[in-house]
Design a protein around this ligand. Structure first.
Ligand code: PLP
Length: 370
């Protein structure tokens, strides 16, 4: 029988925490304190303590978290930042927005994360930072990347927007570089009721600089030391996120359970390759991404069967029109390009039921064995 299985169904999650959320939002409304303030500070402290970093600085989005971290490191024209093309747009746009040059290098086909070997080859005397992305909920190979950065005297910034709570050899995503950036976009594992983001860092000086930059570049209102931006987390988001943070690890564990269930069954289906988890990594599965033979055919078929699935990402960023000035050509980064052609994200959210997963598996099997 046909079922409707969404890629993500936030209504189910909300159903379980409705009253707590209403109470938390009620407190903010009663206080009429909306921008930054005590709720935001409490949430910043909670996330910093969750990550084991000394500081958390709430921002208006994950995109701004990345932008502010790079701004605070004074990255600008003439500087190169090494990153991956197989990521969400704003990883790379944050670099170009500052006039710096993104140097995109290829990914490890097993994990979809940036390849440390390719990083090493790309370092020049202009390289200022490596902007690492922990894609789909799994951290990149941080030991090797950190070693390269240390030996060359460059920063590591983590785009951990998809990976809050993911572990790398016991360490939290976002806590391993000079700064870690999170997004609280609703579809992330820790999602607000709108946009939101945060930078975490253990560097007090950097934290102070980001705090200043997010409020137009001044410590004291109307006195501006540098030209900053307006990018603040608001109290309503912080109230919602404080409630949800308590559930985060439980939700991520359920995603892992769902992923394991898929892994076991989909590995038996010809033409399907379940995602790999690298040694030492604990994934939070923001997305469960398979490779499939005839990916586009499978996607269309599943859509027709009522199954939500999505391609992350159809065009690697070195081939985006807006970045054509960087001179990227098809064939430059073959693994990223192949991933863009072969991958498909399946529903994996915590409230997904076994019968729904069975339906997804059954329909994939039916298509692949035609
Ligand atoms: C979601 C995301 C961002 C941007 O976050 P927003 O909050 O939507 O601005 C940046 N990088 C990655 C890898 C993301 O997944």
């Amino acid at each position: 029988m046909k079922k409707n299985v969404k890629l993500l169904d936030l209504v189910r999650q909300y159903g379980g925490i409705r009253d707590e959320i209403a109470a938390a939002i009620g407190e903010v409304m009663d206080s009429q304190y909306f921008i930054l303030g005590p709720k935001v500070e409490k949430f910043e402290e909670a996330v910093a303590s969750y990550c084991g970093t000394g500081h958390g600085i709430g921002t208006a989005s994950g995109t701004d978290a990345i932008l502010l971290a790079l701004m605070a490191l004074e990255i600008g024209p003439g500087d190169e930042v090494i990153t991956t093309p197989y990521t969400f747009f704003s990883t790379v746009s944050s670099i170009t927005r500052l006039g710096a040059t993104p140097v995109m290098v290829d990914i490890d086909p097993a994990t979809f994360n940036i390849s440390p070997e390719r990083i090493e080859e790309a370092v020049t005397e202009r390289t200022r930072a490596i902007l690492v992305v922990h894609l789909f909920g799994q951290t990149a190979e941080m030991d090797t990347i950190t070693k390269i950065a240390e030996s060359k005297g460059i920063h590591v910034v983590e785009d951990a927007c998809q990976s809050i709570g993911a572990l790398y050899r016991g360490r939290q995503a976002g806590s391993m570089g000079i700064a870690g950036c999170f997004s609280f976009f609703p579809s992330k594992n820790l999602g607000g009721f709108g946009d939101g983001g945060m930078v975490v860092t253990s560097d007090a000086e950097l934290a102070a600089r980001i705090r200043m930059l997010r409020v137009h570049g001044g410590k004291e209102r109307y006195y501006h030391d540098v030209v900053g931006i307006n990018s603040r987390l608001d109290a309503l988001q912080a109230a919602v996120l404080l409630v949800k943070l308590r559930y985060l690890d439980g939700w991520s564990a359920r995603r892992r359970g769902n992923a394991e269930y898929y892994d076991g069954r989909l590995s038996l289906v010809g033409g399907i390759e379940p995602p790999a988890v690298a040694e030492g990594c604990v994934s939070i599965y923001n997305q469960y991404v398979i490779r499939a033979r005839d990916r586009d055919g499978l996607k269309a078929f599943l859509a027709g069967e009522g199954i939500g699935c999505e391609v992350y990402y159809p065009v690697p960023l070195h081939l985006q029109r807006c970045f054509s000035f960087l001179g990227g050509r098809k064939g430059d980064l073959p693994e990223s390009e192949r991933a863009a052609e072969e991958t498909l994200a399946l529903p994996v959210y915590p409230e997904l039921e076994r019968e729904e997963q069975d339906y997804v598996i059954d329909r994939i099997t039916a298509f692949m064995s035609r």
